[in-house]
Structure formats: C-alpha cells, structure tokens
Design a protein around this ligand. Structure first.
Ligand code: 6R9
Length: 637
C-alpha cells in the first residue's frame, strides 16, 4: 500500500483508474477482516448508492488496536499534551489504549448501548475522547462527535437528528485560559432531547455539575464496575461507523455518514502515503501531531482512525496554539520530538503575526513533514511555514479534502510529489477529479478553472446524510448529474496541478471551520428586533474569511450607543444559537437589502461591498430597489 517514488505514484494512479476494483481490493487485503468481501464495489451516482467491500466483515478497532498488540503493544499509540504545560503529559501504549477502549466499551454496554445505537460525544481534547470514539466502534454503536465549541442548541439539533441514546461528556474543558462548562451546556441541550437516556460524565475541570439521578453517571465510577474484556462486534463493511455534522449552503447542518470498511481503508491509505509515515516499530516510531480537534473530520481521520490503523503514534493536544504563549506548538514539537506536524493555515497565519522569537527559541529539528488543511493556504503563509518551521528541509503537503470525502483527495505525497506553493498538486490514486462549467460541461486540458467534481467513487466517500438520503442526492449529486460535486472552485495549471480557490456556494470557511451563511442568518434573525439579515464572507488576514452581516433592525434610527449595544446582543444570540465560532466579525445596519424582483438577495453585490471593492458592482438594474446599494456602500465598515 505504500508508495515510495513518483514513478510508483504514477503506476498506482494509472492502475487505480484502469482497474479501481482490484486496486482497492489489494490495499484492503492488508487489513484484518473477519470475513472477506464478495464484491469490491457497486455504485451509481444517481441515487446515489455506493458500496465498497460488499459482504466483508470486520471491526475497525481490531484493525486499530488488537492487530498491533503482538508487534507494537508497548509502542505509544497516543501521546497527550494537556492545555497547561505544567500538567504532566500522558502516554498510552497500544496495549493500554486497547485495555481502556475495552473498558469504556463495557461502560457503554452497561448503560444500555447496543449495536446501531447513536452516541453523542461532547468532550475536551483528552485521551478519553479518542477512547470514547473507539469504544463506540468496538461495540458497533455509531458516534456523533460534536465539537466542544458548539452551543446547547446545536448539540440538541444534532442529538435529535440522530436520535442519540447516550451522551458522553465531561464536567468542563480547558482551552487556553478559559474553562468551558461542557456538562452545563449538555444539560441545557437535553431539555429538548427525549431520546437521551444516559449521560456519562468524565471529570476534567471538577467544576460543580448537576448530576441527575437515573440519567447521569460518572465515567470514573462506571469504569470501576467493568473488566477489560470486550470482544469486538462483527460489523458489515457498509454498517455505519459514524455521523459527523457539517454545514452546507442551506438549512441546518447535515449528518454526513461514513461506514466501517471503506472509511477505514481510505483513512489509513491516505495517512500512510500522504505523510509517508514510517511504520518502524517500538519507541522510535514517528510522532504525528495533528492539531485539529477530534470534533472535526480532520481529527477523526488523522488523529484517531488513520494513524491508529497504521500503528502510528498520534499526539493529542488539549489546548490552543497561543497558550500560554504563541510558542506552544514549537514547545510541543520540541518536547515530544514531533516528526509530522499537520495544521491549518489560520493557525500558521496567527502564529506568524507573533514574529520569529517564539519559533527560534525551540529545537524543531525533529520535524520531517509539514501538512496544511482546512482552507486554501496563501503564498506568504506557505513560505513562512517552509522557511521558519520546516527550515526548507521538510516537504509541505497541502491536503485538500472534505468531511464528505472521509480522507484526503488531492495532495502531494511528502517528499515524492514536487510541491508548488498554494497548490494541492495532484489527485491521490483512486481519485478522478473533473472540472466543469456552470452547465456541467467538462472543461478539458490544462491552464483552466471550473467547479471541482469527482467522476468515480473512492472507499471514503460519504454514503448518505443521516435520515435524509434525498438531501444527500440533492446536495452532492444533483447539480451535475453523474458527478459528485464538491462545492469548491478549482484551477488546473499548465502542469496539471490543482489549486483549490474556495467555495463557490454559500458556505464560509472561517479559521478552517465550515459555516453556512444561511445558518448564521437564521441565528441573527432569531434576535428580537431583527427583521432580516444577509451574511457573506470577506477576506480576513488571519481567519481566511471573516463573517460580514448586513442587518435590518426594527429600530431604524438608533443612537450610536444603542446600535453598539444591539450589535453585542446579536453576537450573544449567535453564540447561543450556534456557538462562538459563528459570530460575525462585522455587523452593518441597513434599511434594505439588494433583492431581485423575485425576492432573491443578490449576494454578489454584498460580497463585493464587504470586500471593499465597490468600483464595479456589475449590473444592478434588475434590483427591486437599486437605491439600497448606495446606502449600503456608504455605510460599509
Ligand atoms: C478537511 C476539511 C471542507 C472545505 C473544502 C474546501 C476547504 C479544505 C483545503 C481546502 C483549499 C485545502 N479546504 N482543505 N481548501 N485547500 N488544502 O477541512 O473538511 O471542514 O468539511 O471543509 O474546506 O473549501 O470544501 P471540512
């Protein structure tokens, strides 16, 4: 499964196109299956219906844990670095992790969880989060991890959509100098979640929490009641492994569904090859540090499943890049001799702004590979990363992919593919990108740009959106019939290299987090006194994109002081409804929005104004009331 040269890449790529089934079958054979599959692939993108390794039986935790015990039982599987550098870090070997996952799985069973049940996980970035996720997989329960920054309302929506039976959480979380009362947030959420029968609470911050008799149990006490004996449940390759909610251009976030067999094969294959992870055994195993939160797909695939399936050592960091100071990543790199660092452009840009002093005081010589993910990386950040972190000796892999794709689709292979700043470069074996114009017509050749689609399935592609298959079809497979539409715009240069230019739909990418403009608008509109709003993105130096909200308020002539207070209230409302990550950076009060005669908001115009580019707003004659444009221009922030 391991590619070592560019020639091998080209051969593998060609084979994956000529004969995808035998290509993937060969790779899948390297895993541990209880029963082999009878048919490798069955698919159509019309319904859509995609199935890989049909009839195959396995348990992903046997592949991530049990099968490593004989050869690397004493190798660190997880290294945990706490938020506070003064607190001791924790190392869990494969044997210890196996033991703890089995115990936690037994705790779930004790609390009534059976195969197929959905379990919501709302936890800090502690080893117990990875353990909870794997414990679900061990017994065939479906995990739905919700990022610790989401609000009670967002948790409730996700729990209700998936009808979760159990929630796993902690009393609180440390993030930088903040303490977040996770259990309190869960309590608020659960007021409206009748499906939840049990809440398992880990202690982390030991903040006082309400513990409801009959519903809430302490994780530590439960763990005392169980053994470390827990045979893995036999799963079908196409049984659901997890649901992960992500934002789209309309409505509420949708639950992207990944299944056991294909996801495992794809996460592991891409981890191994993109980062060129050396699976030398024992204490000298390479240390992989992915800075994402396990609440996002990057954490699922490249902190938990991909690395563990490959027998790697994965570092979990609880805190933030700037606490206690902006040298924290470099401190961790030095302390744990990190070999692979995988982070987001927004973090790089933020750390750049603190200057080199925090970098140069640390030994970064252990680094061998650098990765980037989540949003387009700008040239300046790419070079800073290359010059000052990698010291021009570490290949940078700019990895493009999505929650829906399960793993990386377009990326260099570290040290193998020649890189080019800001380019995700070439498709991985098995990936067949195609650029299309507005009408779905293929744009052939090089030196072209268009909307990025995929014309053939890979094992990690989403199977459905939970409880609403039609929505999955509509969102990804209906825009261009016969193709999977990514929602991204893309350029293919003269060398056939791909550069992702950003979303072409109404999805924002703020600090690498996906947020739908409609979601933010709905939240703003829930604020009393707001009549209507329109939200667009604008270029932001650190976050990549900032959120710009145009708001029509009932009170049309407020004093500056009142307007300021209302803005703060709107921010508080958005925080409550979605979470702090969705708070607009700028709010402009307007008396009207540019709408077409059919009532559609012309976001193109609002985007231009938000970008500060008002010289050429294009055709505004089709607007219902062209005068509002001048007013908005005049009041732009
Ligand atoms: C993995 C992840 C997906 C969206 C995607 C695209 C953007 C991700 C990128 C990138 C340019 C990269 N994106 N990686 N854009 N270059 N290397 O981030 O998943 O949260 O679902 O976001 O992020 O716009 O469509 P997700």
């Amino acid at each position: 499964m391991r590619i070592r040269t560019f020639d091998e890449y080209q051969t593998a790529y060609q084979k994956s196109v000529d004969d995808p089934e035998s290509f993937w079958a060969e790779i899948a054979q390297e895993f541990q299956w209880r029963k082999p599959w009878t048919k490798t692939l069955q698919w159509n993108f019309d319904e859509p219906n995609v199935k890989w390794f049909i009839g195959g039986k396995l348990n992903i935790t046997e592949n991530c844990l049990d099968r490593h015990l004989a050869t690397r039982g004493d190798q660190p599987a997880i290294i945990w670095e706490p938020n506070d550098p003064a607190e001791a870090s924790v190392t869990l070997t494969y044997r210890m992790l196996h033991d703890q996952v089995c115990r936690m799985a037994n705790v779930l069973k004790r609390n009534g969880v059976v195969k197929g049940d959905r379990v919501c996980v709302y936890m800090p970035m502690v080893p117990e989060l990875a353990i909870a996720v794997l414990a679900c997989a061990r017994i065939g329960a479906v995990h739905s991890v919700v990022f610790g920054g989401f609000s009670a309302q967002s948790i409730a929506d996700r729990i209700n959509d998936a009808q979760c039976k159990v929630v796993i959480t902690a009393d609180g979380a440390y993030r930088g100098n903040k303490e977040i009362p996770l259990k309190g947030v869960v309590d608020d959420a659960l007021i409206g979640c009748p499906s939840v029968q049990k809440v398992i609470v880990m202690t982390r911050t030991r903040t006082p929490v309400a513990m409801l008799k009959g519903r809430d149990v302490w994780m530590e006490q439960e763990l005392k009641q169980v053994t470390a004996e827990c045979p893995a449940e036999e799963m079908d390759a196409e049984d659901m492994l997890f649901i992960l909610y992500t934002s789209g251009s309309t409505g509420k976030p949708k639950g992207v569904v990944h299944t056991c067999g294909g996801y495992m094969v794809y996460a592991a294959y891409t981890f191994q090859n993109v980062f060129q992870y050396e699976t030398t055994e024992g204490a000298s195993a390479q240390v992989h540090f992915c800075t994402a939160d396990i609440g996002w797909i990057t954490g699922h695939s490249y902190i938990v499943y991909g690395p563990l399936a490959c027998g790697a050592t994965s570092l979990i960091f609880e805190g933030v890049p700037t606490y206690p100071d902006a040298g924290r990543f470099w401190d961790i790199t030095d302390k744990h001799k990190v070999n692979i660092l995988y982070t987001a452009p927004t973090a790089i840009r933020s750390l750049m702004s603190f200057g080199l002093e925090k970098v140069e005081t640390h030994d970064l010589s252990s680094l061998q590979v650098l990765g980037s993910v989540g949003e387009p990386i700008n040239e300046e950040a790419w070079h800073w990363y290359d010059d000052h972190i990698g010291k021009n000796r570490c290949p940078i892999v700019d990895t493009w992919w999505q929650t829906e794709t399960g793993g990386i689709l377009i990326s260099p292979l570290a040290g193998i593919t020649e890189t080019k700043p800001t380019f995700a470069t070439l498709p991985l074996p098995g990936i067949q990108p195609i650029l299309v114009d507005e009408n779905g017509k293929e744009i052939e050749g090089n030196g072209v740009s268009g909307n990025l689609c995929m014309k053939f399935p890979w094992p990690g592609i989403l199977r459905t959106t939970y409880g609403d298959h039609e929505r999955c079809r509509q969102t990804y497979f209906a825009t261009y019939p016969g193709l999977y539409f990514t929602g991204d715009g893309c350029l293919r240069d003269e060398d056939g290299y791909y550069r992702i230019t950003g979303r072409v739909d109404d999805v924002l990418n703020v600090s690498g987090h996906r947020i739908g403009t409609a979601e933010v608008e709905n939240a703003i509109n829930m604020h009393t006194g707001v009549i209507e709003s329109a939200v667009v993105g604008y270029p932001h130096d650190i976050k990549g994109q900032g959120i710009y909200a145009y708001v029509i308020a009932e009170e049309q002539q407020p004093t500056d002081h009142d307007a300021e207070l209302t803005k703060r209230d709107i921010l508080a409302t958005v925080s409550r409804v979605i979470g702090p990550i969705a708070k607009p950076d700028k709010i402009q009060f307007v008396t009207g929005l540019p709408k077409t005669r059919s009532g559609k908001i012309m976001r193109r115009i609002l985007r231009k104004i938000a970008e500060g580019d008002t010289s050429n707003l294009g055709d505004t004659t089709t607007l219902l009331d062209p005068a509002v444009v001048d007013e908005i221009k005049a009041g732009a922030i």
